[in-house]
Design a protein around this ligand. Structure first.
Ligand SMILES: Nc1ncnc2c1ncn2[C@@H]1O[C@H](COP(=O)(O)OP(=O)(O)O)[C@@H](O)[C@H]1O
Ligand SMILES: [Mg+2]
Length: 456
């Protein structure tokens, strides 16, 4: 198909251009481009100002642009390559390799947008997926084919946990991972590739990056490109783990784009289209008869304020919430999962069974009471507590340590070998600690270990 000369740039406002089309104005979301020997500039049509003028979002840098430059279009939206050969590759938002390896082969190009998803295609989650991480399996189990939100401020261990998930899925589930990096530091993207290669999981993964240094338009569209890949593998019958680090950066990019387009902000400065943009992402991350997409979405919590509308926009879609705690991270209690802030729709006796449910409940009760008592202990000392409360504190502190564990992906840094603990062992361990049989063991004995046998 030939792209023909269609229009030209009339004005440039940062990352937004105004383009003029004497006839046949291109549809919303079609891609406009300008190419010369050295560079290519891409734009996506966002607004029709009148029957000849559009506002378009730059998908890239804006150096060298000037008024009067001719624009071409195929009247297509952004297309992304899909195919088996994507496995093991690192790509940008339009499918260009970032790994310096050979160009992609045997791929077909499809739109990153999808017409309204057929609601009835979506199937319910198929139960829980054991991940082998004690505190997660116990208190915020993974929904097979559902959505997990991983909330946390900067530096509390979101990325480390995501890496461990990728490793587990590759090793224990033979699934495919699609990792989408949005708006985080470029170095993290690089580290990720090296690490995945070392762990031997790169050939079961596709990495799509639109990091911090990229234009807002790119950060805004990268998740849709990555979702297109996840859908492709799902529709070819695979179990897909879709990981995004970090969906909050997508919200931020949308906010930047909205401001550039001159839209009035709504709640606390966020874009008026926030809910719509989030829905467009979430409604595609679904499981169907053909295959599953289990997604884990890291969500940066600005100023550790979970009520921030950017964070809140993700909440309604989640089956499981994993909340990371700064205070636990600072005590070295990794993974720093807050047992009281985390929750899951799956924590229901009909799904996880009566035994698991009761143990989870009792563990949470111990942590809740321990938290209440912390102030009293700080003021008056543990001796002032009732015998019953002292036992609760004792067991809560042992549980807190028992629920830490060394990660495979951190072996190099911690010097401890990673462990995979089946749910059954986690349950057994908690039961024994709750029963008081381990009250005599020193607290350190429980720290960074595997199952309870190892401690006994
Ligand atoms: N499970 C863990 N085991 C050991 N150290 C960890 C663990 N999780 C996080 N850390 C430490 O915390 C640092 C920050 O973690 P990171 O995942 O990069 O945070 P975030 O992505 O939330 O900003 C890591 O570099 C590491 O030193
Ligand atoms: Mg991170």
């Amino acid at each position: 198909m030939e792209a023909t000369y269609k229009g030209y740039i009339r004005a440039i406002h940062g990352h937004i251009i105004e383009a003029f089309f004497p006839e046949n104005i291109p549809p919303i979301r079609s891609i406009l481009f300008h190419k010369n020997e050295k560079t290519e500039h891409l734009f996506e049509v966002e607004t029709h100002l009148d029957h000849q003028r559009v506002l378009a979002l730059s998908l890239g840098h804006t150096e060298g642009l000037k008024r009067g430059l001719p624009l071409y279009t195929y009247n297509n939206p952004l297309l992304f390559p899909v195919g088996e050969s994507l496995l093991g590759r690192v790509l940008n938002f339009k499918g260009d390799p970032l790994d310096g390896k050979a160009p992609l082969k045997e791929v077909s190009y499809i739109s990153i947008y999808k017409p309204q998803q057929d609601y009835f295609e979506s199937i319910a989650i198929k139960g829980i997926m054991e991940i082998g991480i004690k505190i997660i399996d116990l208190l915020s189990p993974f929904p097979q084919g559902g959505k997990v939100g991983l909330f946390g401020g900067a530096g509390v261990g979101k990325t480390v946990l995501l890496m461990e998930f990728i490793y587990k899925i590759a090793r224990y589930y033979q699934g495919v991972s699609v990792f989408c990096g949005v708006g985080e530091r470029m170095r993290e993207g690089h580290e990720l590739i090296v690490e995945m290669d070392n762990l031997g999981v790169l050939d079961k993964s596709v990495i799509i990056l639109g990091q911090m240094q990229e234009a807002p338009g790119i950060r805004f569209r990268t998740p849709l490109s990555a979702i297109t890949v996840a859908e492709y593998f799902r529709d070819s019958g695979r179990d897909v783990l879709f990981i995004v680090d970090n969906i909050y950066r997508f919200v931020q990019a949308g906010c930047e784009v909205s401001m550039l387009l001159g839209r009035f902000p709504s709640r606390v400065g966020y874009q008026p289209t926030l809910a719509l943009e989030m829905a467009e992402i979430q409604d595609r991350l679904i499981s169907t008869e053909k295959g599953n997409i289990t997604s884990v979405q890291a969500i940066y919590v600005p100023a550790d304020d979970i009520t921030d509308p950017g964070c809140a926009s993700v909440f309604p879609y989640l089956d499981t919430v994993v909340m990371l705690s700064r205070s636990m991270a600072s005590q070295g209690l990794y993974p720093a999962v807050d047992p009281l802030g985390s929750s899951s729709k799956l924590l229901n006796p009909e799904i996880i069974g009566e035994r698991h449910y009761q143990i989870a409940l009792e563990v949470r009760e111990h942590f809740a009471r321990y938290r209440e008592l912390k102030d009293i202990i700080a003021l008056m000392g543990i001796e002032e507590l009732s015998h019953q409360d002292r036992l609760i504190v004792k067991r809560a502190r042992r549980l807190e340590r028992f629920l830490t564990q060394p990660f495979f992906t951190m072996e190099e840094f911690t010097g401890r070998s990673g462990v995979h603990v089946p749910l059954e062992e986690t349950l057994k361990g908690c039961e024994i600690i709750l029963s008081g049989k381990m009250d005599k063991f020193p607290e350190e004995a429980f720290y960074m270990r595997g199952g309870i046998e190892e401690i006994l």
